[in-house]
Design a binder for this molecule. Structure first.
Ligand SMILES: [Zn+2]
Length: 335
């Protein structure tokens, strides 16, 4: 007799920070989102972020059946995360240091937490939903306020010795480049993050006052955002296009190095920057062949992130699902 799992017997909650917004989702046992919440942060301040996350989780839980919630909450913050203590050691792009995010959410909700970097969570979501668990080697790259990568090898998330594997944003691209908050110079993050895109466009505007970007920012270049620049590039503005071309060059170097190092079958370019710029994804896919070795490149595909802003949240909930066989026995109906 064939038995089939009842996908709605339980659900998992996961959350991840995307730009300045927490996405909180509940997924069923098949990994499908059944409900969601969002919390916008007025400032990137860590205290406000932890409080906002707790609010979002509680609002979502109030709408769902408490009897069926798997007793673990997945959280995907930015930065270097110690997965054993559930602490964000540092998130240079947001100025966070030693934030005990797991402990704080457990105090608020009474539920234990599993915490991983948001790009690692994105990689898990991509493994389940984009690769449908048929591709065992993939890399998810998130480009937004920060830059990082989640690496799945042989169907398992690569954590490294102290769970910091995948800090792609802090590989050196220009040895004499701009100083990064991490203390190094010329890190990828300083060259392609949202802040880098906005400041690159502002500098270019001073030389090209005819760009449509001048109108976009209401003649106040200081208010120009990266997403406005990326949108202008999609519409063909020359200044914005030159900025996208520059970041594409840097990102291509990083992606080619990942292909040579990890031999992935799939590289997903996600996060606010890549998701707003199909042109950037296409440009990297086109030019990576100039740099990566032909043999590993022959199996590698570069794609955009079809899961969108919820990828990290879905991935942290997937992390909970991976513990489902153990957790499900703790549900009230089985006790
Ligand atoms: Zn750095």
């Amino acid at each position: 007799m064939l038995l089939r799992q009842n996908e709605s017997a339980a659900y998992a909650i996961g959350a991840s920070l995307y730009d300045y917004r927490w996405h909180v989702v509940a997924i069923d046992l098949a990994g499908i989102v059944i409900d969601r919440e969002q919390v916008d942060l007025a400032t990137p301040d860590a205290e406000a972020a932890v409080t906002g996350l707790g609010d979002g989780i509680e609002r979502l839980r109030q709408r769902l059946d408490p009897q069926r919630m798997l007793p673990l909450i997945g959280i995907g913050p930015p930065g270097l995360v110690d997965v054993s203590s559930h602490v964000v050691k540092s998130a240079a792009d947001l100025g966070w240091r030693d934030v005990p995010i797991g402990e704080r959410i457990t105090e608020r909700t009474g539920v234990p937490c599993a915490v991983v970097n948001r790009s690692k969570a994105g990689a898990l979501a991509a493994y389940w939903h984009i690769a449908r668990r048929t591709v065992d080697h993939l890399i998810f790259i998130s480009i937004g306020t920060g830059v990082s990568a989640g690496i799945v090898q042989q169907g398992r998330l690569l954590l490294g010795a102290n769970s910091s594997a995948g800090e792609l944003g802090h590989i050196t691209i220009l040895p004499d480049g701009p100083r990064c908050e991490c203390g190094n110079h010329g890190c990828l993050q300083e060259l392609i993050s949202e802040r880098a895109i906005a400041s690159g466009a502002r500098a270019a505007l001073r030389r090209n006052p005819d760009s449509v970007l001048v109108e976009t920012c209401g003649h106040h270049p200081d208010t120009l955002t990266a997403l406005q620049v990326l949108d202008a590039a999609e519409r063909g503005d020359a200044v914005a296009l030159s900025v996208v071309e520059t970041i594409s060059g840097y990102l291509t170097v990083a992606v080619a190095n990942l292909i040579n190092l990890f031999n992935p079958q799939l590289i997903i370019l996600g996060g606010p920057v890549a998701e707003r710029s199909p042109r950037l994804v296409a440009s990297v896919a086109r030019s990576v062949g100039d740099r990566a070795m032909a043999y590993p490149l022959s199996v590698a595909r570069i794609v955009g992130n079809e899961l969108g802003p919820e990828a990290g949240a879905v991935g942290t909930a997937v992390l909970v699902l991976e513990n489902a066989p153990r957790l499900i026995l703790q549900l009230p109906i089985y006790r």
